[in-house]
Design a protein around this ligand. Structure first.
Ligand code: UGA
Length: 440
């Protein structure tokens, strides 16, 4: 089939390359000519395991092309995926819908036949209804343009796998024709036997926001338990393992630490709570404000602990920060707990040096005043405290004995509960983890 994918950011670039991998002829569309020029020459604007290979392969097969022209996009295909961002609005918690609206406004007037526009962005419930009306009003009379909603559940770091082999497909559709077209697009994915759920627009939109709200709540739940563990000397990692054995609870997303960041969970729970207030059901989602607050308190905890380890005053102390991305296998630094903590300690007067395996360029551009090193070994030189804030595999594999000779004081805070405390302590380190008793 011929498809367009509008918006070539994280979601769109991944979706476009994966649709080409499924055998479709794909045209990626973006209003940013630099992005399009870079993609045409095979350069991805971000790091995602496995995606570069797909981009290279399908630029070569000719199944993946790029344009800045909506006119060309409208003429190219009958099915158009809208994959633009819905960032947090400036000055409020609500989602900024400028870009999703702009896609309809730019595409609709060029449509000539019965096109299907498929929204994939995370949007406040009620948006699809509104966009359907906008599409009907702006498409030429009689063209028969229609909207569908197909939320995306991919995780950064696993984006290719999650797109080609998702846990489920959710299709918000209003006609048999829309469902049939989407079944055809996803035929190779559906052939693997994954569940397909068809729904009305508001349910399809809510599946996505509810899923992210649940995941964020699960993380904040275990981080709230970490706070209680800190007050009682209990160990949150043992607690998480023990409760996770109950299948109704499940072991995943129960890793206590510096909490969630990234371009999705934090802004999605805020937008969801803001939307509930608009709908008059604010009390139903008031707990999400608490989920957000617990999450942010974990960052405060690391800043306070570091201050304490620097005898109350981090001014002049050297702090090594291992990690800048909001999670491993990503170069995304949006709302990264690691960088938030690094910046706050820098503002306290500490001499902060950051190292991350992939996110250095992004971190340097956004926070030019922090110090940067080319390796973990270099970052820890003369450190008074080492903070482990993004759980990259290479940090787990570090040799604590080799690092011990480089630092000024052997103190490490494991903000992700991912390091082997016994190994670090055997090499003479004071080991601090969130929600667990300190060990030295
Ligand atoms: C999240 C959801 O997991 C995806 O299903 C969703 O499609 C995506 O948002 C989106 O809306 O686009 P993502 O932001 O890529 O995906 O990252 P996650 O793997 O969910 O991690 C989010 C944050 O939670 C990270 O900072 C991670 O370090 C943290 N986390 C995760 C924990 O602190 N503890 C855990 O147990 C798990």
């Amino acid at each position: 089939m011929r498809l367009t994918v509008i918006g070539t950011g994280y979601l769109g670039a991944t979706h476009a390359a994966c649709m080409a991998e499924l055998g479709h002829d794909v045209l990626g569309v973006d209003i940013d000519p630099d992005k399009i020029a870079s993609l045409r020459s095979g350069r991805l604007p971000f790091y995602e395991p496995g995606l570069q290979e797909l981009l290279d392969r399908h630029i070569a097969t000719g199944r993946l092309r790029f344009t800045t022209s909506y006119e060309e996009a409208a003429a190219f295909a009958r099915v158009h995926f809208s994959c633009v961002g819905t960032p947090q609005s400036r000055g409020s918690d609500a989602a900024d819908l400028t870009y999703v609206d702009a896609v309809i406004d730019a595409l609709a007037p060029h449509l000539t036949g019965p096109a299907l526009v498929v929204g994939k962005s995370t949007v406040p419930v009620g948006t699809a209804d509104r966009l359907a009306a906008r599409l009907a009003a702006l498409a030429p009379a009689g063209a028969g343009a229609e909207l569908a909603w197909n939320p995306e559940f991919l995780r950064e770091g696993f984006a290719v796998r999650d797109t080609l082999r998702p846990d489920r497909l959710v299709l918000g559709v209003r006609s048999d024709r829309a469902e049939a077209l989407l079944r055809e697009v996803y035929a190779p994915v559906l052939a693997t036997g994954i569940p397909l759920i068809t729904a009305d627009f508001p349910t399809a939109e809510l599946v996505k926001t509810a899923a992210n709200a649940f995941l964020a709540t699960k993380i904040s739940f275990i981080n709230a338990m970490a706070e209680v563990c800190e007050a009682t000397g209990a160990d949150v990692s043992v607690l998480a393992t023990a409760i996770g054995h109950d299948e109704r609870i499940g072991a995943r997303f129960l890793r206590a630490g510096v909490g969630f960041g990234g371009g999705c969970l934090p802004k999605d729970i805020r937008a969801f709570a803001a939307r509930a207030e608009e709908l008059g059901t604010g009390r139903s989602l008031a707990f999400l404000k608490e989920v957000d607050a617990v999450n942010l308190r974990r960052r405060d905890r690391v800043v306070d602990l570091t201050r304490r380890l620097c005898a109350g005053d981090p001014a002049g102390a050297r702090v090594a920060v291992l990690g800048a991305a909001f999670k491993p296998d990503s170069d995304d630094i949006r709302d990264s707990p690691a960088l938030d903590i690094a910046v706050r300690l820098h503002l306290d007067g500490a001499d902060v040096t950051v190292y991350d395996p992939q996110a250095m360029d992004n971190a340097r551009k956004t926070h030019p005043l922090l110090g940067y090193a080319l390796s973990a070994e270099e970052a820890v030189v003369d450190a008074d405290v080492v903070l482990h804030l993004t759980e990259w595999r290479e940090f787990r594999d570090l040799d604590p004995a080799a690092l011990a000779s480089r630092v000024r004081a052997r103190r490490i805070v494991d903000g992700r509960g991912a390091l082997d405390a016994d190994r670090w302590m055997a090499a003479g380190w004071d080991f601090h983890a969130l929600g667990r008793p300190a060990r030295s």
